[in-house]
Design a protein around this ligand. Structure first.
Ligand code: KG4
Ligand code: ZN
Length: 325
């Protein structure tokens, strides 16, 4: 069967074709228009999705040498995410499904992220721990199997990507802030400023980054240290906090491996320190760490073939929400 996947939960417009668990073709358009505003502007994001979905879909079909009549089902992200962005993708997907009289499969964005590792590692042994670190999420999951997951902990306030972005903004750096801080940190002293490592001594698997962000703001305002040293020490604090909980979870649940995904997974200092752990760490390709439609179409095919799809057409978007059956 051939599934067309659509992903528009934030500022990436993704379209992919999946058949027999192989990605035939895919394209992800990152909306660079938001850079000038220092963050994602929801209304602009919705319009950009609506504007480009038709041409991206044509491109993806052409690349796989397929046409609309070859599609057996449509999969679309319906939450969590930005409401307007999600609705742009859902409306487009529903139009195609209706016109072709084919089923439409709503997919939870987080569940797709958790399973995206199987696209490249078909035979990955469970249980494993998945650390999802993006601009909107910081979550630690125990994956017992496909369709079987426990949320061990998550951020109680800002996501760690947000901590990078807001920290960068305070230092007048560009958006997204993560790569900017990483660049600046290269020439800084990561041990100079002792930023807090929030919640590393409690027993939960939760995170908190807003206090750390406030510490950075105060530090910049004091005007005592250079930005390179601040960036290096701040990055080190975020990385240490993530690794502390990630490693504890892997040990506690006897995980066979640890997976890291989300935009922050690109961070080289994070990878350098993860490599030093006495654990097997898997880094999915960057295109599968960030938002993409491949993971939407791929999970939809698994759900379809395991009779886990609710074929109800009257679904809509939700901005927040966990994985439900
Ligand atoms: O998963 P993602 O591309 O988009 C969503 O949030 O949905 O993640 C974007 C986040 C941003 O906060 C960005 O600053 C961060 O990932 N990021 C990084 C790096 N590259 C992207 N953070 C730290 N180091 C990086 N190299
Ligand atoms: Zn995402």
């Amino acid at each position: 069967m051939i599934i067309l996947g659509i992903e528009t939960s934030c500022d990436e417009t993704g379209v992919a074709l999946c058949s027999n668990f192989e990605i035939l073709s895919s394209y992800t358009k990152t909306q660079s228009i938001h850079q000038q505003y220092g963050g994602v502007v929801p209304e602009i994001a919705s319009r950009e999705h609506e504007k480009y979905l038709p041409s991206i879909t044509d491109k993806v079909l052409k690349e796989a040498n397929k046409n609309f009549q070859d599609i057996d089902a449509i999969a679309v992200t319906n939450g969590p995410g930005l409401m307007g962005s999600l609705l742009s993708g859902i409306s487009f997907a529903k139009g195609i499904a209706q016109a072709l009289s084919i089923p439409i499969i709503p997919i939870n964005h987080l569940e797709a992220h958790l399973n995206s590792v199987f696209i490249e590692h078909e035979k990955l042994e469970a249980p494993f721990i998945n650390l999802l670190v993006s601009g909107g999420h910081t979550q630690l999951w125990l994956v017992k199997n496909m369709f079987e997951y426990d949320l061990l902990g998550e951020t109680l306030d800002d996501a760690c990507g947000e901590a990078f972005d807001k920290g960068a903004k305070k230092m007048n750096l560009n958006y997204p802030g993560g790569p900017e801080i990483e660049k600046l940190a290269k020439n800084g002293d990561r041990n100079l400023i002792n930023f807090p490592r929030p919640m590393i001594n409690d027993n939960s698997f939760n995170f908190s980054f807003s206090g750390l962000k406030t510490a950075l703001i105060n530090c910049v305002d004091k005007d005592k240290y250079g930005f390179e040293d601040i960036a290096a020490s701040y990055q080190e604090a975020i990385v240490d906090t993530l690794i502390n909980k990630f490693e504890k979870a892997m040990i506690q649940f006897s995980a066979k491996s640890g997976i890291i995904c989300g935009g922050v997974a690109a961070n080289k200092r994070l990878r350098e320190k993860l490599d030093k752990l006495d654990q097997k760490i898997i880094y999915p390709s960057m295109k599968y760490c960030t938002d993409n439609a491949d993971m939407i179409a791929f999970l939809a095919e698994h759900k379809f073939k395991n009779n886990k799809v609710n074929f109800e057409k009257d679904f809509s978007a939700y901005s927040r929400g966990m994985i439900t059956e």
